[in-house]
Design a protein around this ligand. Sequence first.
Ligand code: DQA
Length: 145
Amino acid sequence: MRLLILNGPNLNMLGIREPDIYGRETYATLCEKIEAHAKEIGIEVEIYQSNHEGDLVDKIQQAYYDFDGIVINPAAYTHTSVAILDAVKAVGKPCVEVHISDVSAREDFRQISYVRLTVELTITGHGIDGYLEAMDFLKGEILNQ
Ligand code: DQA
């Protein structure tokens, strides 16, 4: 089983960016934890981050051929991107939306999520652990398909 783990803009700045909101763990640590968890639960992952909407759309489209499911933190594109929503719908693979912070307790403009219209599950405010929970969930979903 292969999962695509996608991260949107500014998530490469984890550890530096607004640590009171996103914590002090770096993007490298996030990747290490995802890789270690994948090994533990016996799945393969590819982790990809981009600051560009079109790159994220291209990568989601690749999931049609190469992946069984998607974990996505679209970051700011969560709140703006119909293109990302359409791409996830187009490939039709199980998808979990993850946010490190509790977006429900933040600004009004963060209350809209386009991708949420098509995902199986949304996990917010669990920090980096949210990605690992999303992997566990998708493994269960895909095995039960
Ligand atoms: C985020 C929340 C978004 O509102 C924000 O734009 C991000 C990160 C999160 O992981 O909490 O960049 O997706």
